[in-house]
Design a protein around this ligand. Structure first.
Ligand SMILES: [Fe+2]
Length: 396
């Protein structure tokens, strides 16, 4: 959904015959969104994509998010989740996600996988955006390979056949945003013909596109399809990576967060300037190292605000975060709507005179309330809400 790509063998028009050796008719596979109204890609395959030899319930998959069952879950408390406390040996990526916060629009998880996916996944529940806090590897998809590494966003469109192949001997730590409606570039970043505007905070060149390889048989015959947090296994007689060509705007990509071009003003601008990707019911923002506000009287630290319409989640990746104390790499803060929030005591005044920040973080503002899971409560810093008292010391 960035722009159009075409690769491999294609007929002159959609929906006319494409033939391979021995006049073998290729099978069209239309990857459409919003019914038939949205972006689409048309792939051409050696085999019909909808024919399965066997099927049944799959044992793969991550748990469906459910609310933590304890007395404080419903309270409007600021929370700090330390995702480094989650097990580092999480299994394959398809099994490794640990949902921490969820709403009807989004599921936020952390995954720390330690082995390759043994099957292909098709996530029918939503678009997946991974922020690679640590690790790297290869995203192998129907439409080609996308290499990724630390500080990359990795995007897998809903329903795309894919699996992850991990770099050896590297610890993996991923923050995962499962957007249950969709993810796209904010409309205001595009001009009338859909090109990214010259004043958008990134360019077409910043996206790492899939390297298309043509048909590939890895020996994997299983696809696991996820819908409504349930998993169905399909067995095939052939490799599903049998695409000979494709054309369209739905494709996987990687985007290095440091390619985001931050804006700075004389005085502090709202977090919308960090907006990077839009999701249904929310905005994904990138905080990257930058010069800060340069009015002679500027307060560079974010101002306290009544966040009545959005929950705020920040995944802290690197650097010294201006407004918060007691958080470190791998921390996730969650500040719920309905109660005012802002910087830690001392941070507001202490920021005066600062000329730059080296913070690196992913933030989400979401417009439906999130709920913590039991896994979130298990890694929660119990002193975080109290750390906003004027006399409090930060937890670390
Ligand atoms: Fe906020």
């Amino acid at each position: 959904m960035i722009d159009r790509i075409s690769a491999g063998d294609l007929p002159d028009k959609p929906h006319i015959g494409l033939y391979g050796p021995n006049q073998a008719l290729r099978h069209e596979h239309c990857l459409t969104r919003a019914g038939f109204d949205g972006p689409f890609t048309i792939a051409y395959r050696v085999n019909a994509p909808h024919v399965h030899r066997e099927w049944g319930r799959s044992d793969h998959g991550w748990p469906a998010p459910v609310p933590a069952d304890d007395a404080t879950t419903a309270l409007l408390l600021r929370r700090h989740l330390d995702s480094t406390g989650l097990p580092a040996a999480g299994g394959a990526p398809i099994d490794a996600r640990v949902p921490l916060l969820f709403s009807r629009d989004v599921v936020l998880s952390v995954a720390r996988p330690d082995r390759d996916d043994p099957v292909y996944l098709e996530n029918g529940d939503g678009d997946d955006l991974y922020y690679i806090h640590a690790g790297g590897g290869l995203l192998r998809t129907l439409l080609g390979d996308v290499r990724f590494g630390p500080e990359d966003y990795v995007f897998v469109p809903r329903g795309l056949t894919h699996r992850f192949i991990l770099d050896a001997d590297v610890a993996q730590h991923w923050f995962v945003i499962e957007a249950l409606s969709d993810l796209h570039v904010p409309k205001q970043f595009r001009n009338d013909i859909g090109q990214l505007r010259m004043d958008a905070p990134f360019t077409h060149r910043d996206f790492r596109r899939p390297s298309f390889f043509g048909p590939l048989d890895e020996g994997v015959r299983s696809i696991v399809a996820k819908r409504d947090h349930r998993y169905t296994r399909y067995e095939l007689d052939h490799t599903p990576l049998d695409v000979v060509g494709w054309d369209g705007t739905v494709w996987p990509w990687a985007f290095p967060i440091r390619a985001f071009q931050p804006k700075t003003s004389t005085v502090h601008l709202p977090p919308t300037i960090h907006g990077t990707f839009a999701i249904g019911g929310g905005l994904v923002c990138s905080f990257v190292p930058r010069l800060v506000d340069y009015h002679e009287g500027a307060i560079p630290c974010p101002y306290p605000h009544a966040s009545v319409h959005c929950d705020e989640v920040i995944f802290y990746a690197h650097g010294n975060f201006t407004s918060r104390k007691g958080v470190g790499p791998g921390s996730i803060s969650y500040h719920p709507m309905g109660t005012s929030h802002g910087p830690h005591p001392g941070a507001y005044a202490g920021s005066i005179g600062h000329t730059r920040t080296d913070e690196l973080a992913v933030m989400l503002d979401v417009f439906t309330p999130l709920t913590p899971t039991a896994a979130a409560r298990a890694i929660e810093d119990p002193g975080y809400h109290a750390s906003f008292r004027p006399d409090a010391r930060a937890a670390r």
